[in-house]
Design a protein around this ligand. Structure first.
Ligand code: SF4
Length: 363
């Protein structure tokens, strides 16, 4: 029995953006046209633009601007910079972006410090150019060259850095197309994505050849209030199990780990739920765990406080210390005693209750 204090278990409805805009350049790409057709098949109204300028309202009330942006999907052409991949340790060797933005409402959202302007979701029409850039990165990567265990995965490409690719999949079809593309890429490679959504049905029958690893991004139900608009944790776990049964390698992204009151009980319950749902997996599942503690920057904190003024996610600086990245940016991470307590807890609990799962990293 899963620990779920909330009443009925309903499936999260698929995302239906209120506004779908397709730029003139995006209409020239088959994938851009296909997204427009998918959206129309879902009963959405599509605005085919005559230029590449998005007609977005300026200067409106910030709450309204946020709500409008979060319900807008723009189909655009990825700029040339997106075709030059960036390294993304420790998750993967390289980042591959299908889109930028996400329809969910997480009060710790990782995108808050990096998106420019209102948080609309921009999905890329030039998928063929994005995939065309990938082969030149084959065999180059710091993450998989560091350990024999990771090297077995081949060159790894992470698709979840700037969006939740499964959250937008019903309207875009981009994730299915990329999984199929990796299935046809006969080379030691792995596509990776992590998600807070559960609508995996379109992925189950794809010819993935085991070259895509899906991870579920998880937090205890007690912290579900920080993850608005996402699928329930119980649904995400069931989705992961179905993916494993369809032959995909799978994993858990326990993130962000939040040291709020009651965290030990909350994460203990989550690990018990994981063990209950993901016991006895097929060998191809090769389950992994990634452990990422909550952090924020001054910039992301300011944006998140404007997007989610009612959130009680603690960003006061209590139990925190500053950490400088190698590019000089400052992050607030948990202080040493809190980090040590969290790490001890997860390493002990995972070893005891999820012994088949390989921990890839702690950060
Ligand atoms: Fe941000 Fe991920 Fe939540 Fe989307 S699902 S709002 S990208 S943290």
């Amino acid at each position: 029995m899963l620990h779920d204090p909330r009443p009925a278990l309903r499936s999260t409805p698929i995302w239906r953006p209120k506004r779908v805009l397709v730029t003139a350049s995006a209409q020239a790409y088959p994938h851009g046209r296909s997204i427009a057709e998918r959206a129309e098949a879902l009963g959405l109204t599509v605005e085919r633009l005559r230029s590449d300028r998005l007609p977005l309202e300026r200067g409106e009330d910030p709450r309204k601007a946020y709500a409008r942006a979060k319900s807008t999907l723009a189909v655009v052409v990825a700029p040339p910079s997106k075709l030059r991949l960036q390294p993304i340790a420790p998750s993967a060797d390289w980042r591959v972006d299908l889109a930028e933005g996400c329809p969910a409402h997480c009060s710790y959202c990782y995108l808050a410090g990096s998106l420019k302007g209102p948080p609309i979701t921009r999905v890329y029409a030039n998928l063929s150019e994005i995939t065309g850039a990938l082969p030149s990165y084959l065999g180059q990567g710091v993450v998989t060259s560091r350990s024999a265990e990771r090297a077995a995965e081949g060159t790894t490409f992470e698709a979840s850095c700037y969006t939740d690719p499964l959250g937008i999949e019903p309207v875009t079809g981009s994730l299915s197309a990329l999984i199929s593309w990796f299935g046809r890429w006969d080379a030691p490679v792995q596509l990776r994505f992590t998600t807070k959504f559960a609508s995996v049905d379109p992925l189950l029958d794809l010819d993935h050849r085991g070259r895509t690893r899906m991870r579920a991004s998880l937090n205890p139900d007690a912290f579900a209030r920080f993850e608005g608009g996402t699928s329930r944790v119980a649904e995400r776990l069931q989705a992961l199990r179905r993916m494993a049964e369809a032959g995909y390698p799978i994993g858990l992204t326990i993130a962000p780990i939040i040291a709020a009151d009651g965290w030990e009980d909350a994460y203990g319950g989550l690990i018990a739920d994981i063990a209950a749902v993901l016991g006895e997996l097929p060998a191809s599942a090769d389950p992994t765990v990634e452990l990422i503690t909550h952090r924020y920057t001054p910039g992301s904190k300011a944006v998140l406080e404007s997007w989610y003024p009612g959130s009680d996610l603690d960003m006061t600086g209590a139990q925190r210390r500053e950490k400088r990245t190698r590019f000089g940016a400052v992050k607030q991470v948990y202080d040493a005693p809190t980090m040590a307590a969290l790490r001890r807890f997860f390493e002990t609990e995972i070893a005891a209750r999820l012994p088949a799962m390989r921990v890839l990293y702690w950060t």
